[in-house]
Design a protein. Structure first.
Length: 135
């Protein structure tokens, strides 16, 4: 019964996050306070427990051109600081992109924040357990 309930919970959570994010292109945020850059934050809606996922921020100028040399900071919400991480947490854009790797050791929903200049964008990632393959 527990395995069925766990799978059902994971399915409902995945469907909710998928439907909530359908048809959406990454949202542009900005302009940033000092430089006037815009950025979008790409992250998967869910990952499997103890797996990793790439998170990417795309930085562009007002004309839509990628911008190099911009520091981007990533962090997990404080409540998850002991159970999830991003590495590296500070990256300089190359080709207009900053990439980091996210990993979580618990099941649930964690919020990850990307910061460019003083502007932030947050993404929710659902962490689910691998299904029981013995059935």
């Amino acid at each position: 019964m527990f395995a069925y309930t766990s799978r059902l919970y994971a399915l409902v959570l995945s469907l909710t996050l998928t439907v909530g994010g359908m048809g959406c292109t990454p949202k542009l945020v900005g302009p940033t306070a000092s430089a006037g850059y815009f950025f979008s934050f790409d992250a998967p809606l869910w990952i499997l427990w103890n797996d990793s996922a790439e998170l990417v921020v795309h930085v562009q100028d007002a004309q839509g051109n990628p911008v190099d040399g911009i520091p981007v900071e990533f962090q997990v919400e404080p409540a998850w600081a002991q159970s999830a991480s991003v590495f590296p947490s500070r990256i300089i854009t190359t080709g207009g992109r900053a990439r980091t790797v996210f990993r979580a050791g618990l099941i649930g929903v964690v919020h990850v924040i990307a910061r460019v200049d003083n502007t932030t964008q947050e993404k929710a990632l659902a962490i689910s357990h691998r299904g029981d393959t013995s059935n």
